[in-house]
Each structure stands twice: as structure tokens, then as C-alpha cells.
Design a binder for this molecule. Structure first.
Ligand code: SF4
Length: 399
């Protein structure tokens, strides 16, 4: 008989982007379809206390407990693993944090699965342990992952008005503040348009979801595919509002008009800075002129726009902060502003010693509103001053 598995997302402070734990939902649905018994729990959004998890594990013959964590959730993961060890459980670590720091995972658990783990975990369960650390094995066809299992989904908190889905994996860009290419596949893989619409339809009919946010890194990167999904949404008459991320330089009016006509209400865009030198240092592949043009095109389509700014990156100066503030005032849009965070696994982190000082060495507290890095020539007070000025120039994010 196949072993039973319990997968948990650890708790970490919510930084605004609320999302079900898609990593463990995908793995669980993939394994369940192949005959494994699974339970999932979300400490971040789902109200799974230690007592509840303990009770559920005690009442079953669980062979492995998997704990997934991003860096901001790693403290809770360590706490959880300490408790699970006392229960004599075999512990598997996964998620972004342990993909970057596998040795840290082995200090608190038995095995570490890096990156995409559907196939590697299946192989592990079929053949038994053969190593302590397992490398990523990205799926080539994402539709091999079945639609999320409804019984498993019922165990999670579902935000009906703004439910985040993932319809692709991978990003062609390499922004310096984002996870380095060596930790994530560059090649983009997509769910098919029928799969995406089946998912939206299922969430609408079975869970009452009326608003969806497509959390793909850049949904608009493949125009033909985005238009195909829009067509499928219209063909099925799906009545949900939709949002997604786009990127400056993707300034195709036909695409945005098609999205608007299919129920998209708005898009979110990483503007980051009003200074070309800083944008270049971020390897953002966009200029201020491209930002302006893209926003102009999106506005013409009638879609709403949320913009994201980031202050305190490398090469930031008081002049670049002033330029970002001026751009925020000029655009006068909705959105967010955050401080650049020196996350492990990013090119930005590698460059920090050369361009400034890391003043917060606790990665579990790399929150958007906390200063963790101060570029040379600037003070915390200046960063805080301009961040707050930018914050009052933009309005609260809209759907
Ligand atoms: S920040 Fe967004 S666009 Fe840039 S590399 Fe990361 S996912 Fe891609």
C-alpha cells in the first residue's frame, strides 16, 4: 500500500500577496492522482495550529511529513520540524528557502527537495530514499498536474473575491532582486487554455470564486497564448473578474483590449524606479520611457493599473529617489512601494557588499516595509522619507 503523506506550508508574515500554497497543492494533486493518500495544511492562511496538525498526524499512519517554506516562513518551519521530530516523524523539506539552503533543511529534517518536486517526490516514494538532497525535476507538460483536488482544497482558505491561480511556470527575465536563474528554470511552461478555464470554472462553481488573480510572473509574455485564454473565457461565458502581472515593454493594445473584453479588470506592473541607471542596475529590461508608453497603452484599453515601486536598490542616490517620487506623482496610479530586500539566491544580495550595507541579517524579517539594505551615500532616514512620500503619491491597490 502507498504511504500516507502530510504536507504543510509554514507560517510567515503576510506581505500583501495572499495565495494558497500552490506548491504543495500541485504536488498533492499530482501524487493523489497516482494513488497516494495525502493531507495538506496551511499554517499561513488556513488556521492550522500546532495542536490541530498534531491531532491529525497522531490519528493516522503518516509515513512522511513535508514542510514547505519561503525565507520569511523558515522560522516557523524550524519550530514545526522540532515538534515533528519529537513525534518521530520522517521530515521532508521543500520550498524556496530550502532550495537555496538545503543544508539548513537537513539540520531540521531528513530530506530536502529543491525546486519543482512533483516528479522527484514521486520517484522517492516509489523507489525509497536514495539521497538526502534531491535536485529539481521540472515538469515539461504542466497539464500533467491534475486540477486541484477538491477535497484537499476544502482544507484551505479560499479568497472568493481575489483568488490567485498559477497558469505557467518560469520567467524569461532576470531581475537582480528576484531569484537567480540558477535556482529556477528559465524556460516557460504553460497550462493549456482549456486547463486554465477548467480551473477558473471549478473554483467558480465549487468554491464561489468571483475574482481571480493570475499570479504568473508575466502572464502577457506570450500574446498568442494570452489571447487563446481570453477566447476560451468568452466561449465558456465565464463571469469572473481577472487580474494579472504584465511587464513594461509589452505595449500591445490589441492584447490588452482582448483581455479587457474577456473580463480582465486590471493588470499589475513593476515600475520599480524612475531612474534609468537604477533600472539598468536591477537588470529590469525596461526604461522610464517604456514604462510611460506601456502605461499609456494599457490605459487606452480601459484596464486598471496597479504599479509597484521599490526603493533602496543598488546605485540608488537621492537624485534617483527624487526621480522615482516624481514618476509616482506623474503616473498617479494605484499600487505599492517597498524597500529592496537582499534575499538569498538573488544577484542583488551578491552585490550588496559592493554597493552598500545590509543592516538586517534576519531574512525571516525581510518585509516590504522594513529597511534591510542601505546603499552607499544614503541614510535610513532618507530611504524612509522618500518611501513614505511615494506611498502617499500612490493610491491603494485596486482590483
Ligand atoms: S521580478 Fe518578475 S519579471 Fe523579474 S525575474 Fe522575477 S518574476 Fe521575472
Amino acid at each position: 500500500m502507498n504511504p500516507e503523506i502530510y504536507l504543510i506550508r509554514a507560517y510567515g508574515r503576510d506581505d500583501g500577496f495572499r495565495c494558497i500554497p500552490w506548491g504543495i497543492v500541485s504536488i498533492a494533486s499530482y501524487l493523489k492522482k497516482r494513488g497516494y493518500k495525502l493531507l495538506i495544511a496551511d499554517r499561513k492562511e488556513g488556521g492550522y495550529s500546532l495542536r490541530r496538525i498534531t491531532r491529525e498526524i497522531r490519528g493516522r499512519d503518516i509515513a512522511y511529513v513535508g514542510v514547505s517554506a519561503m525565507t520569511c516562513q523558515s522560522q516557523d518551519a524550524a519550530f514545526l520540524c522540532g515538534h515533528l521530530k519529537k513525534m518521530n516523524k520522517n521530515i521532508i523539506l521543500g520550498g524556496l528557502h530550502y532550495s537555496i539552503y538545503p543544508d539548513e533543511g537537513l539540520k531540521i529534517g531528513d530530506y530536502v527537495f529543491k525546486g519543482e518536486a512533483e516528479q522527484s517526490l514521486l520517484g522517492f516514494l516509489q523507489n525509497g530514499p536514495g539521497a538526502k538532497i534531491y535536485e529539481p525535476r521540472p515538469l515539461l507538460s504542466l497539464d500533467d498536474i491534475p486540477l486541484p483536488d477538491e477535497e484537499l482544497m476544502k482544507r484551505l482558505y479560499v479568497n472568493k473575491s481575489n483568488f490567485t491561480i498559477m497558469t505557467s511556470r518560469g520567467c524569461p527575465y532576470a531581475c537582480s532582486f528576484c531569484l537567480d536563474r540558477k535556482y529556477r528554470p528559465e524556460r516557460i511552461r504553460y497550462h493549456s487554455a482549456p486547463y486554465v478555464c477548467d480551473l477558473i470554472e471549478m473554483m467558480n462553481k465549487s468554491f464561489g470564486v468571483t475574482g481571480v488573480f493570475i499570479g504568473d510572473d508575466v502572464f502577457t509574455i506570450n500574446k498568442n497564448r494570452a489571447i487563446e485564454i481570453c477566447g476560451e473565457i468568452r466561449k465558456r461565458g465565464l463571469k469572473v473578474t481577472i487580474g494579472c502581472f504584465t511587464h513594461s515593454g509589452i505595449d500591445d493594445l490589441e492584447l490588452y483590449e482582448e483581455m479587457k473584453a474577456s473580463g480582465f479588470s486590471g493588470v499589475s506592473l513593476g515600475v520599480e524606479s524612475g531612474c534609468d541607471e537604477v533600472l539598468q542596475a536591477m537588470n529590469k529590461h525596461q526604461t522610464v520611457a517604456q514604462i510611460r508608453k506601456t502605461i499609456e497603452v494599457i490605459k487606452k484599453s480601459g484596464l486598471r493599473i496597479n504599479v509597484m515601486f521599490m526603493v533602496g536598490n543598488i546605485l540608488e542616490t537621492e537624485d534617483s529617489l527624487k526621480a522615482t517620487l516624481a514618476l509616482a506623482r506623474e503616473l498617479c496610479l494605484n499600487g505599492w512601494v517597498s524597500y529592496a530586500q537582499p534575499f538569498a539566491g538573488t544577484a542583488f544580495r551578491e552585490d550588496c557588499p559592493k554597493y552598500g550595507r545590509i543592516i538586517n541579517e534576519n531574512p525571516a524579517t525581510y518585509w516590504n516595509d522594513r529597511i534591510s539594505f542601505v546603499p552607499h551615500g544614503l541614510s535610513r532616514r532618507q530611504l524612509r522619507y522618500y518611501r513614505n512620500k511615494i506611498a502617499v503619491s500612490i493610491k491603494a491597490p485596486v482590483r
